[in-house]
Design a protein around this ligand. Structure first.
Ligand code: ZN
Length: 312
């Protein structure tokens, strides 16, 4: 007799009583191929416990990993893109594409902005969302970044921007490209104000965003394995007519070339950026302007300025 083959007809399996594995409970790691339990992935902030592969996460999730709990206040939430070029791609008009992305992500556009504390230090933060039209930078993302920089200056905060982007948004043409100049010019003002900017590069951080604010950080931190580059590898290969070295444009490769300062695992990101901000906080007497005092109550006193006491 066979244990596996049904020899008698008429035996029916009740398919409804079979335990079903709910869809989406397991996720296959793109790094090592291991099937990972989603709760395990969530505990590991969506990094693989076996091979450290970093999954892409929505902006809201990243925000939770980065800033101090319950410290975030959203700003510029209502900004929405117009369609000044009346652009239509191969499939649909731009407004339809925006609506679809808004429905899928619950975001108005590809970035989330606000104020928060990180390691107890006041920050203005913008986090990009790759799931909204590939994290592309149009006028809304550019404006959100610009306003974060202005807020950092007005309120004497450090600036933290997390990039996750394929670059400029083609549907807004030149208006997208203009954001590169706008944000870069404002970052020069931030530097004049002696306020620190930490740029965090997640997978991918490329093209027009990398060619502007993402690469202008005082410190540039990348997640392991993140794609970091301007033009795509295929375009470069075709242009120079040569094969590219292994690992080209990955975070580890650009670290070796001096383009990023540090690679930090997502689970250590809060601590690492907090440590950087602590350094800047101390060296600027609590993000104080060159000729003034810090507006933050718990700012460290300057070691060099001694208040005149009563004469002995
Ligand atoms: Zn893995």
């Amino acid at each position: 007799m066979s244990w596996l083959k049904r020899e008698r007809a008429g035996i029916k399996t009740d398919r409804n009583s079979r335990p079903e594995i709910p869809e989406g409970l397991w996720t296959k790691c793109e790094g090592c191929g291991e099937a990972l339990f989603q709760t395990v992935l969530e505990q590991n902030l969506w990094t693989c416990p076996n091979c450290s592969y970093h999954f892409r996460v929505p902006a809201r999730s990243y925000l939770g990993y980065l800033v101090d709990p319950d410290s975030f206040e959203e700003r510029d939430a209502g900004l929405e893109a117009g369609d000044p070029l009346e652009f239509r791609d191969a499939k649909m008009p731009y407004p339809d594409r925006l609506l679809a992305a808004q429905r899928d992500t619950g975001m108005k556009d590809a970035a989330l902005s606000g104020i928060a504390t990180l390691g107890g230090k006041p920050v203005a933060v913008t986090i990009m969302d790759f799931f909204f039209m590939g994290g592309s930078m149009g006028s809304v993302v550019g404006e959100k970044v610009a306003r974060s920089i202005e807020r950092a200056i007005a309120e004497r905060r450090a600036l933290v921007i997390v990039s996750a982007t394929g670059g400029a948004r083609m549907q807004e043409g030149i208006l997208s490209l203009m954001q590169m100049a706008k944000t870069s010019a404002l970052l020069a003002r931030l530097q004049d104000e002696r306020l620190p900017y930490v740029s965090i590069l997640t997978d991918p951080s490329t093209a027009g965003v990398l060619a502007s604010y993402a690469s202008l950080g005082d410190v540039i931190v990348a997640e392991p394995g993140a794609l970091v580059g301007f033009a795509g590898a295929r375009v470069i290969r075709q242009t120079i007519g040569e094969d590219l070295p292994p690992g080209f444009q990955r975070a580890e490769f650009v670290l070796e070339k001096g383009f990023v300062d540090r690679i930090v695992h997502r689970k250590q990101m809060r601590e690492a950026v907090g440590g950087l901000l602590e350094f800047f906080w101390r060296s600027t007497r609590g993000f104080a302007p060159a000729d003034g005092a810090s507006p933050h109550a718990d700012a460290p006193r300057s070691a060099t300025v001694v208040s005149p006491g009563p004469a002995a």
